[in-house]
Design a protein. Structure first.
Length: 190
């Protein structure tokens, strides 16, 4: 579907007024990013699909409660996605996150390098995925929203319900822990 350039708030208002296509355009804009956030947090692909659907149903049902003065649409959407995911963890009493990402990283096509370089690249991708998975849940969520979701620290703070300084600290700690873990991996292979 071609995007006409309408802003998110206008599309959400049009959806509230009964324009079915407006919601479709919002979905097309943010479908991939919202699914990637959930998928990076949840180990099971089917569960991620279910939570993704629940997120968009909640967006539709709660569209009238969106306040553009408080957050961008993306931050609001990611807040809903994060809350749905964390609710799932609480229901399941699970804090283990995606190991399927490693399998997906291993399947990434890499047409240019030699087979040896491909193996090394895949091993590195698996190390990165494992390092992200080793982060504490709040740091992992912050890192994924920043690195994969493209949210600003202010938007992450809004999405997670913490102060901007807390979001900044979580991101800083996540990056430091990733550097430490990945440096350890490199020295182990040296």
């Amino acid at each position: 579907m071609k995007d006409d350039g309408a802003d998110d708030v206008s599309l959400l208002r049009a959806h509230l007024a009964g324009d079915a296509h407006a919601f479709g355009r919002l979905y097309d804009r943010y479908d991939r990013a919202s699914f990637h956030l959930i998928r990076r947090l949840v180990a099971n692909a089917e569960t991620a699909e279910d939570l993704h659907q629940e997120t968009w149903i909640a967006v539709s049902r709660n569209a009238a409660s969106f306040d553009p003065a408080r957050a961008s649409f993306a931050a609001w959407l990611f807040t809903i996605a994060r809350n749905k995911t964390f609710d799932h963890f609480r229901r399941q009493k699970v804090a283990v996150l995606s190991s399927d990402i490693g399998e997906a990283a291993m399947m990434v096509a890499d047409p240019g390098p030699s087979p040896a370089e491909q193996v090394q690249s895949r091993q590195r991708a698996a190390e990165i995925v494992a390092a992200v998975e080793a982060l504490p849940l709040e740091q992992r969520g912050t890192f994924v929203m920043f690195a994969d979701g493209g949210l600003s620290l202010e938007e992450i703070a809004q999405a997670t319900g913490v102060a901007a300084e807390t979001a900044k600290s979580r991101l800083r700690y996540a990056r430091a822990k990733l550097r430490q873990l990945l440096a350890g991996e490199r020295s182990a292979h040296a």
